[in-house]
Write a protein that binds this ligand. Structure first.
Ligand code: NAD
Length: 430
């Protein structure tokens, strides 16, 4: 892992180089995705079935072969061992409870002249949840995407998940059952995103699509944005650990591994205030590495984009964290809650040495879909609010129309919009 020191005259340049990551928008992938989306828009189900058979190795004849009902989801749940059922239910309940706090409510107030102004909050009608399934199964993604929609009161939650060679994952389907998913289609990739965005004879058109996926899924989400809403286009996973040296080095080493094991281009960074502690963590990583089944990915990720940074104190460490704006920030320090107040940019802040980032991935309660690639400077975790929308409410009283009408008339004439002005003036009494 690279070592950087804030005392080096090249530090700023080195930090820039470390963070440099451009979302690769491969033109070849974009072209494939454009063709698939156009074909699904044109041929509907027939195209979805053909691409699913081609890319996922299935032998579907009709969409019925790629459709699961509530009963199928329920059956998957009851096939699971009891400890898995309980773990899923506990995680889902914690996520539900957290997202309940995020629910926005309608509000209004009345002016002195009797004019009512406010905001009406309503859930989206129908949303699509993309759950990746090409190379691995992600039940936690089901809970993290579907539960906020469920809490928001979305009446129809349509989930898509590819099932390579037709192999269905019971934990994924059980997670859908307890997270309130209405219907599941076992389709994936660009064809699934296009089916949700445009609708087909069988797949209902949704209003918004959320959920992570590979490059084909990301390109398809970018392409259909505008026809439907999307949550975000997520980049590779990131973790930044700030350690004051009070946490066992093995714990910090494993926390860095836990993000590095996602992907060769994931990013794991440690900032500490003592070179001895950096050495200790480095030694722990060497010792633990051979025990990791995903060693090759971890080594590639740490080698490509990982770093250890020596800072002069924790204030400086927090300033660097604000610049990096990481997806996950662990404050592995004494008095973590006090230091958290210095953090303005991070997707999620894990406070104190007992709060490993992995608890947030599965069951702590907050969402694990978080802004990456420095976008935490301006965006937030996926939440209940992403499945709600707001309509402005205005009810002007007769008295209010007199005062507002005069103002609107003056401004409308200033814009040469005569109908606007007259519409306001017609309601004036004299
Ligand atoms: P996926 O479901 O995203 O993609 C599988 C689909 O890709 C296939 O069904 C197929 O339709 C399409 N595809 C594959 N090769 C294709 C080709 N040559 N041409 C056209 N389409 C093709 O599953 P995945 O591949 O396992 O990727 C999952 C991704 O999601 C990973 O990058 C993983 O790290 C990420 N992920 C992120 C989070 C998060 O919260 N940020 C959580 C889970 C997974």
């Amino acid at each position: 892992m690279k070592r950087l020191s804030t005392q080096s005259p090249q530090f700023q340049q080195e930090l820039q180089a470390l963070l440099a990551f451009e979302t690769v928008q491969d033109p070849k992938i974009d072209q494939i995705v454009a063709d698939i989306c156009a074909d699904v828009q044109r041929r509907g189900d027939a195209a979805v079935i053909a691409y699913t058979n081609q890319f996922d190795g299935t032998q579907a004849q009709t969409m019925a072969d790629l459709t699961l009902s509530q009963d199928d989801l329920k059956a998957a749940f009851f096939r699971l061992p009891e400890n898995v059922q309980t773990a899923l239910q506990t995680a889902a309940e914690r996520v539900r409870s957290y997202h309940q706090h995020q629910k926005q409510e309608s509000w209004h107030y009345t002016d002195a002249d009797g004019t009512l102004l406010g905001q009406q909050v309503t859930p989206l009608d129908r949303v699509g949840i993309y759950v990746p399934g090409g190379k691995a199964a992600y039940p936690s993604s089901v809970i993290m995407n579907a539960m906020p929609a469920h809490v928001a009161g979305v009446p129809e939650i349509i989930m898509v998940v590819p099932t390579p060679q037709g192999e269905r994952n019971d934990i994924v389907l059980a997670a859908a059952y307890i997270a309130g998913v209405t219907k599941v289609f076992t389709i994936g990739g660009a064809q699934a995103v296009a089916a949700l965005a445009y609708g087909t004879q069988t797949v209902p058109q949704v209003d918004k699509i959320t959920g992570p996926g590979n490059a084909f899924v990301a390109a398809a989400k970018r392409r259909v944005f505008g026809v439907v809403g999307i949550d975000m286009v997520a980049g590779p996973s990131e973790i930044l650990v700030i350690a004051d040296g009070s946490t066992p080095a093995d714990w910090v080493a494993m926390d860095l591994f836990s993000q590095a094991e996602h992907d060769e281009i994931a990013q794991a960074i440690l900032i500490a205030t003592s070179p001895d502690y950096l050495d200790e963590v480095q030694a722990a990583m060497h010792r633990l590495m051979p025990t990791m089944p995903r060693r090759a990915i971890i080594e590639a990720s740490l080698g490509n984009r990982g770093a250890m940074i020596l800072a002069k104190d924790l204030d400086e460490a927090c300033a660097i964290a604000n610049y990096i704006a990481p997806e996950h920030l662990e404050l592995s320090v004494e008095n973590a809650a006090a230091w958290a107040q210095k953090i303005r940019h991070a997707g999620a802040i894990f406070m104190g040495r007992y709060t490993s980032e992995s608890l947030g991935d599965y069951c702590a309660g907050p969402n694990h879909v978080l802004p990456t690639s420095r976008t935490a400077r301006f965006s937030s975790p996926l939440g209940t609010y992403d499945f709600q929308k707001r309509s402005s409410l205005i009810q002007v009283s007769e008295q209010g129309a007199q005062q507002l009408g005069k103002i609107a008339s003056i401004l409308a004439h200033g814009e040469n919009l005569t109908a606007h002005a007259r519409s306001a003036e017609l309601r004036l009494k004299d």
